[in-house]
Each structure stands twice: as C-alpha cells, then as structure tokens.
Ligand binder design. Sequence first.
Ligand SMILES: [Zn+2]
Ligand SMILES: [Zn+2]
Length: 94
Amino acid sequence: MSWRNDKKGKKTPYQGDRRSFGEYECSQCSRTWKSANSFANFGQMCQTCNTMVYAHTMKPLERPEGLDEIDPEKSHPKHLCELCRRGYNKCVAK
Ligand SMILES: [Zn+2]
Ligand SMILES: [Zn+2]
C-alpha cells in the first residue's frame, strides 16, 4: 500500500497524522532521498540546494522499530526537516 500524489492542492500525497516513509525528489537539482520521518504537508530541505521539497510518494510505517533498517548510518537531519525547524517534536530523536 502506498499513497500517490494525485490530489490537487495538497502538499503531500498522504494527509493523515502518522509518520510515514517518504520519497523525495528535488525539483531544482533532481537529487532524490528517502526519509522515515515524513509527515503530511511538511517538507524537507534539499541538502544540495536548500529547496523545500515535499514527498512525492509516502508509505505507511508499520513498524517504527524498522527505522534503522531504512537509514542505519545517518541520524535524522533536523536542519533539513521542516517539522524540526519549526520546533515540532514528532520526529525520531537520535
Ligand atoms: Zn536540490
Ligand atoms: Zn524532523
């Protein structure tokens, strides 16, 4: 199951409250990345060109303990995350 970005006027394909696994593609430099801290209508900054990017695809995270498998090396890039930059406390703190 996944949510696709086919609704006009929404920033992200998923509109619920839960943390999701998001896939991002920067419209300026075409960099792509994935994040397990993806939330409805919040973007992440492209670390190459500082463009705010919203997930084009979001999938439900069934098992939060699975986060480490997705991104075992890096901690959550708070300086790139719109939620963290605004002071929300939803993302995984590492
Ligand atoms: Zn970029
Ligand atoms: Zn965050």
